[in-house]
Design a binder for this molecule. Sequence first.
Ligand SMILES: C[S@@+](CC[C@H](N)C(=O)[O-])C[C@H]1O[C@@H](n2cnc3c(N)ncnc32)[C@H](O)[C@@H]1O
Length: 231
Amino acid sequence: MGTSATAAYDKYADWYEHYMSADGVGDYVRRVHATLGDLLGPGAGTCLEVCCGTGAHASTLAELGWNPIGVDLSRGQLRHAVRRLPVVVADATALPLADGRVAAAVCVLASTDVPDYAAVLKEIARVLAPGGRFVHLGVHPCFVGAFADRRDGPRVVVDERYADRTRTFDSFNPAGVRARVGAWHVPMADLLNAATDAGLRLERTVEAGAGGVPELFGFRAVRDVGADKTR
Ligand SMILES: C[S@@+](CC[C@H](N)C(=O)[O-])C[C@H]1O[C@@H](n2cnc3c(N)ncnc32)[C@H](O)[C@@H]1O
């Protein structure tokens, strides 16, 4: 899986590096970092950043005391990330780690970049130590996607494509990431069920955004100590 997403980001890696640090999305990235820090909290040990891209969140993890290690399929993205954290080229559905090894893991703004996010969550649960922490942070499944027209100020118009789980390049923003690399939509119930099916116990959820309609949704979960019995 994931080969088309890899090719897409290799092609846009320099653009993505600039996009994530540009003034236009600066406030957005600051909200991502604040929300990520709030959900993950301080800790020690390895924190695996799955689908780390250019490593834009490595400093947030390090400031919390964690030792971040990034994993991504795109060598183009990792060319930027190596300046920020140690990285490994790997598929998020086949992590090159033994079972139960890492203290924490995060996956940020990447749930819509893979055709099967449930498989990614299963793999993360496999490598987490019992009791290990996982933070998912992504675009809000209800209010951000090809199905959501956000052009009219604070009003968001959601249409029937909410139920469409196939890859699409449709986006209200022709200058953004999704018009370039596409996205797979993960509806809210699919997302939460995928986490619990993977043996991750939800502890906290968050919705965040600049206005009243949130643009980010995240959760913190822990790998259930008895999870092996159910997987
Ligand atoms: C929108 S970027 C997010 C990067 C970073 N987490 C951030 O917030 O800036 C999505 C990333 O997921 C990576 N990706 C897509 N499919 C993947 C897979 N199967 N395994 C590992 N990384 C993958 C892409 O290469 C890309 O770097």
